[in-house]
Design a protein around this ligand. Structure first.
Ligand SMILES: Cc1cc2nc3c(=O)[nH]c(=O)nc-3n(C[C@H](O)[C@H](O)[C@H](O)COP(=O)(O)O)c2cc1C
Length: 342
């Protein structure tokens, strides 16, 4: 294809693109726009003759206090590519979320001849995310209310009558003793209170903080067993909300299995990273089990399903009398769990 044909083809592609594409001139003061494609006119409502010669910042209107602007300004100054998300305004004043990528174009000598901007209107995606978060928040509030108004009230009622019976039994000199039951119920109600408190907190908590409180809750529920959390120094993970929720459930299931079946005295929960993957290990020194005994299936298939839904792997090793170790490995962003299970 010769030069003019190639150019015509490129022009047609840019004109037909559903993404807004603009070109600004870095060799004129304040980088004025020298080209905008029809998609830009459709998205913003401005005709090209209204905007050519102006710097594209007019799309921000008065909304100039945006953290992403700092990054964009530096990239423009240094003639670098960058992608940012900005609040922009159409000609009719309505807000749209603009995912903007800018690309410097250079000649053979490396001089910048133009700056190309590709704009993607992601307003729908942001709205859908906001709606989803609102649904999640409402669901958390509802669960917290039910737990508080129904379960906690019942539990407190039972605890009080048991306390009374215990006192009466002691006074009458009978050998009935509810010390242990009272302790367990007391721990259950304080665990429930802190779970309700967590549910009511509006902001989702960072993964590590949630693991810490999960381990603490399990420790409170079984004080006879030592549960240690060992976190690798600098452990910092960028998990999506769904990934955190699924992993916390897997961890809770592993700890429930320890409580129900292991009779372990010590449990260690380990968190570390290995080549971009996250490793969660739960090891106990309990009675273990024989893989052929059928016990291997207890609670495991649900955990396996969750981990595999995240594109991860789970490995369980155990021998009678030698404890059990559950190892979960996932690559953040590596899978899409079924939202129906959340
Ligand atoms: C090619 C190109 C396209 C741009 N497109 C937009 C845009 O669509 N919306 C926007 O708010 N800013 C856009 N900008 C950024 C502004 O022009 C400006 O660089 C930014 O507001 C930061 O500089 P300032 O603080 O001087 O305004 C674009 C910049 C370049 C170089």
């Amino acid at each position: 294809m010769d030069g003019p044909d190639r150019l015509r083809l490129l022009e047609r592609a840019v004109t037909a693109s559903t993404n807004s594409i603009v070109i600004s001139d870095p060799n004129q003061p304040d980088y004025p726009l020298v080209y905008v494609n029809p998609a830009f006119e459709r998205t913003t409502g401005y005709a090209s003759e209204e905007v050519l010669g102006r710097n594209c910042r007019f799309l921000q209107d008065e909304d100039r206090d945006q953290p992403a602007l700092g990054e964009l300004r530096t990239a423009v100054r240094e003639g670098r590519h960058c992608t940012v998300v900005l609040r922009n305004y159409r000609k009719d004043g309505t807000l749209f979320w603009n995912e903007l990528s800018i690309y410097p174009v250079r000649d053979e000598e490396g001089r910048m001849t133009s700056f190309v901007g590709v704009q993607n209107d992601i307003t729908e995606r942001i709205r859908a995310d906001e709606i989803l978060s609102e649904i999640r928040r409402a669901e958390r509030r509802r669960i917290a209310r039910d737990l508080h108004d129904i379960v906690l009230q019942d539990l407190s009622g039972a605890l009080q009558s048991l306390r009374l019976t215990h006192l009466q039994a002691k006074r009458s000199g009978t050998s009935l003793d509810f010390e242990e039951e009272l302790g367990a119920l007391g721990r259950a109600s304080s665990g429930l209170r802190s779970a309700i408190y967590d549910l009511r907190r509006e902001k989702e908590r960072p993964f590590l903080e949630s693991v810490e409180s999960l381990v603490e809750l399990n420790q409170q529920a079984t004080p006879e067993r030592e549960i240690r959390l060992v976190v690798e120094e600098g452990f910092d993970v960028g998990l999506s909300g769904k990934e955190s929720v699924e992993l916390l459930r897997v961890l809770q299931e592993a700890l429930t299995n320890v409580r129900r079946h292991s009779a372990a005295r010590n449990v260690e929960v380990g968190l570390r990273t290995e080549d971009e993957a996250i490793l969660i290990e739960v090891a106990d020194d309990g009675r273990g089990f024989d893989r052929g005994s059928g016990r291997a299936g207890v609670g495991l298939s649900a955990m396996r399903e969750r981990v595999e839904g995240l594109g991860g792997e789970i490995e369980v090793s155990s021998r009678p009398g030698r404890g059990t170790e559950v190892k979960v490995r996932i690559h953040p962003g590596g899978g899409t769990p079924d939202p129906g299970r959340l």
